[in-house]
Design a protein around this ligand. Structure first.
Ligand code: ZN
Length: 152
């Protein structure tokens, strides 16, 4: 809407303009209200689909977590650990390992929080229009909870 036209509208119809402003303010509050805290589910979604937004130390820590999980399921742990370290599938850098000190869930919450702060416009939360839950991927067109489908 053209600004001049908008000002004219306000001039002509103050009551309606005040009404529009009030509705606008309510919507802003609703928007703030919608910003619920980061959940492990949302953090997982960000890590899975926006991996490129992780910084280098985070990527190494993630690799560390995944490989040490795999390692724990295999025999010959000691020998394999040496090989994994040599191939940089694992790390012994204390600063990287410290990221995982409070567990994997806290780690992904920290990464996701940092990503949302640094790249607020890059992450698209694909919420279902019907039930409001988060879809499996940013490009999903069907809700995994209620089955709602938004393919065109
Ligand atoms: Zn749904």
């Amino acid at each position: 809407m053209n600004l001049l036209y908008f000002l004219m509208l306000i001039q002509r119809n103050r009551g309606t303009a005040q009404c529009i402003c009030a509705v606008g303010i309510i919507f802003i509050f609703l928007d703030i209200y919608k910003m619920e805290p980061l959940t492990p589910e949302k953090a997982n979604y960000i890590i899975a689909h926006y991996m490129q937004l992780l910084n280098e130390p985070e990527k190494i820590a993630l690799k560390q977590h995944r490989h040490s999980l795999k390692l724990s399921e295999l025999p010959d742990g000691e020998l394999r650990t040496k090989i994994y370290l040599r191939n940089q599938w694992l790390t012994d850098e204390p600063e990287i390992l410290a990221q995982l000190d409070e567990g994997y869930v806290q780690f992904i919450l920290n990464c996701a929080g940092r990503i949302l702060k640094d790249y607020p416009d890059e992450v698209f939360f694909n919420y279902c229009a019907k039930c409001g839950k988060l879809a499996r991927t940013p490009r999903a067109k069907q809700c995994r909870f209620c089955g709602y489908d938004w393919h065109e």
